[in-house]
Design a protein around this ligand. Sequence first.
Ligand code: C2E
Ligand code: CA
Ligand code: CA
Ligand code: CA
Length: 277
Amino acid sequence: SAKRDKTRFMVYTQEDDLERQEQLRLAQELPQAIESDELRLHYQPMVRMKDREVIGVEALVRWQHPDKGMLFPDSFIPLAENSGSIEALTRWVLKAAIEQGSRWLSKGTRLYVSVNISALILHNPVFPDTVAKLLSKTGFPADLLKLEITESAIISDVVRASEVVISLHDMGVRVSIDDFGTGYTSLAYLRKLPVDEIKIDKSFVLNMNTVADDAVIVRTLLDLARNLDLSVVAEGIEDINLWNSLKELGCDIGQGYYMSRPIDVEAFSEWLSDQPW
Ligand code: C2E
Ligand code: CA
Ligand code: CA
Ligand code: CA
């Protein structure tokens, strides 16, 4: 009935309101949280498929919230992007990732660290300078830093994004296209930009052994990358069957729960010393 619908509508908007207040509060807390080191990085191994060698890690941010416990990035990265905190957050993440990479390197563990970069950051012409300063302060080799950017970030402002990507590339930093296949790329940009790698989105990988169309997409993306001389990472490798299929298709690097979930640095060190996984 109309009345019931109305009630439901009211309940819905109330919840909606609470949700909005909650988000607003989180967004307001974020700058202080960054300053007081409530952010954490978890690391997920990136494995060279032909010989199972661990060659790098993706650094994934978490927020250890004093009341709410560990928050995952999907619940606060969009807030950071909309409230102006994304710059401070990215600087925190980059610094922490580079410092960790340096610690590993000084102990003889040579791993590249891969960091996710939001569109807004990619459009900021001073960003390459920020990266250069962080690298020179730590002495971390530029070619052990990889930045993951999305197709949509490039397409939304091609001119600015290109300038930033070119400067980063000139510094020796690696650039990877994240969530590849989910946007409307634009092979033209891929060819023009000095990109080193594409990451096939897990939404295609997860079901490639059961959904024929997904298998076709993965194979097509692999062919495309090979023809453009790009290295390919497949994310979302959750089991041995996916590992085997992708290895057979010649995928270069694999990432996923089958090898390890993203874990904190202590757990990662343990995982690493338990080789071969
Ligand atoms: P992403 O860059 O696509 O990262 C991969 C996500 O897939 C991660 O989620 C990871 O935990 C998850 N994943 C890895 N292996 C598997 C698997 O085998 N199966 C499944 N189902 N999932 C897997 P997470 O850590 O929750 O991160 C979510 C997103 O948040 C990331 O997606 C990235 O876009 C963003 N993000 C994370 N850290 C940062 C950051 O420091 N800065 C920015 N701007 N964004 C970040
Ligand atoms: Ca990523
Ligand atoms: Ca992805
Ligand atoms: Ca993503």
